[in-house]
Write a new protein. Structure first.
Length: 291
């Protein structure tokens, strides 16, 4: 488990960087840019991870395309990524349709969108989805998966990357308004973020859902031997989720509202129930494509 311990150390480095450097950078940026404090912390953490991994990739034997999950020709990689993007978006649209049919979403805000505004929203959220997918998949299903798999096997890699994937989704959810920012806000941001993980029952539905998604992506990684499909699927799911977040709100008065988590009003028991059969289907689909 040396590789896994090393990656946990990199994540710890990112968390420490958030506590130490967020406030100084906020002082520099806030007078000129309206960037939320927690968003600056998130970017600092990601940068620290990137720098730390860059300095240690050679030591971990992960400084090559194959280890990072990019070990197939570019044309094939792009094709598989685009297929995954379409599959991910289509399957998430199905989930949204179920939510709507159950009366879980209030689409009042959608009425205010013109065709131009909607087009800009869709394109913008696609770019965001691709950015998130490339970063997370390269780190988790690329480098971390490879490092763990070499030492402990594919099963351990699937399980451990899924746990980290689920946990890290709660790292940037604590927000501090500009008028409440102080010199100690970096520590407050870190403490508030980890506070969610210290109360697991409050986020159990969201955590289990994200854990299941992590398992699905990792099994696709094992089946294909690269992260092209993982990036596409991940980007497609995030694309639809981000778009829906802008156009609809969870209807907390709905009889079935417990199916949507309090964490983000989207992932939860319903998405978990959808992810399990979807995972079996995707595993078979990609195993057949690889064969």
């Amino acid at each position: 488990m040396r590789a896994f311990a090393w990656f946990l150390g990199l994540i710890l480095l990112g968390l420490v960087a958030i506590a130490v450097f967020t406030y100084p950078l906020w002082l520099l940026l806030h007078p000129h840019f309206n960037v939320p404090f927690h968003r600056i912390g998130e970017r600092i953490g990601m940068l620290a991870l990137l720098v730390g991994f860059g300095l240690s990739a050679g030591r971990l034997r992960l400084a090559d395309k194959v280890s990072l999950g990019y070990g197939i020709p570019r044309r094939l990689f792009l094709r598989e990524m685009l297929i995954g993007l379409c599959v991910g978006a289509a399957t998430m649209v199905m989930v949204v349709a179920i939510m709507t049919a159950l009366g879980l979403l209030d689409w009042t805000a959608a009425a205010g969108y013109t065709a131009t505004a909607f087009s800009k929203l869709v394109v913008g959220r696609l770019v965001s989805g691709l950015a998130v997918a490339f970063i997370e998949e390269t780190f988790l299903r690329g480098a971390m998966h490879t490092g763990i798999e070499r030492e402990s096997g594919a099963g351990a890699a699937v399980l451990l990357t899924a746990v980290v994937y689920a946990a890290t989704h709660f790292f940037a959810s604590f927000k501090i308004s500009p008028d409440q920012v102080t010199a100690w806000s970096g520590l407050d941001l870190l403490g508030g973020t980890l506070h969610l993980l210290a109360h697991p029952f409050g986020i159990a539905d969201a955590f289990l859902c994200l854990f299941a998604v992590g398992i699905v992506l990792a099994t696709v990684r094992v089946a294909t031997g690269n992260i092209a499909a993982c990036i596409g699927l991940h980007a497609g799911w995030v694309w639809v989720m981000l778009t829906v977040h802008e156009m609809a709100q969870p209807l907390r008065s709905a009889p079935w509202n417990f199916l949507l988590s309090r964490f983000d009003g989207f992932v939860g028991w319903l998405v978990l129930a959808w992810t399990i059969p979807l995972g079996f289907g995707l595993r078979r689909f990609y195993a057949n494509r690889a064969g």
